[in-house]
Design a protein. Structure first.
Length: 180
């Protein structure tokens, strides 16, 4: 499956105004993860708009203990994460029954939890979504929700970046850069 993406702000000549997005070798589940404010949801919506893939925003299934921790600006324990990722794994497998291709968004700060899903979910591939610290702070300020820039900075200390060579999307511009 190959998609040609028309760049909205690209060059005027048609042969230069398209970006090739080849999805032939893409696994059935793309898992977009990264720090709060990097734009995982935006990135997934861009990919969905061009591919029609189903998006599962795993934050919608945060456990009550995790929601309480966010309200109190506390960090998650590993026990909370392990329980949550068991739920995410089950939900992905359920969604795979009705959706051939799936995008999952969730911060997934710990490699242990990413490894758990790799072992539990067939056809999953992780893509690290990243942005500059300045961009993240601006996005979090604009959102105005419970994840403040200060709380996100506290959470960032526990983020385990992927190993060298991981797939990455830098979300610092617009949808054309994401697709490219």
């Amino acid at each position: 499956m190959t998609y040609y993406i028309n760049q909205r702000n690209g060059p005027e000549r048609p042969e230069e105004a398209r970006v090739l997005l080849n999805l032939l070798l893409v696994p059935s589940v793309l898992f977009f993860y990264g720090l709060a404010g990097v734009g995982k949801t935006f990135t997934s919506s861009v990919v969905r708009s061009y591919t029609g893939w189903h998006v599962y925003e795993a934050d919608n299934d945060l456990t009550p203990a995790m929601r309480k921790a966010i309200t109190l600006k506390q960090l998650f324990t590993q026990e909370m994460r392990d329980e949550f990722f068991t739920i995410i794994g089950r939900n992905i497998i359920t969604l795979q029954r009705s959706h051939k291709n799936l995008i999952v968004t969730q911060a997934a700060y710990k490699q242990r939890n990413r490894d758990y899903l790799t072992d539990s979910v067939p056809g999953i591939e992780f893509v690290w979504v990243n942005a500059s610290d300045e961009t993240i702070v601006e996005r979090l300020r604009c959102r105005g929700n419970q994840i403040t820039p200060e709380y996100a900075t506290q959470m960032k200390l526990g983020f385990e970046p992927p190993a060298a060579g991981a797939k990455i999307i830098i979300n610092d511009s617009d949808e054309t850069r994401i697709i490219t």
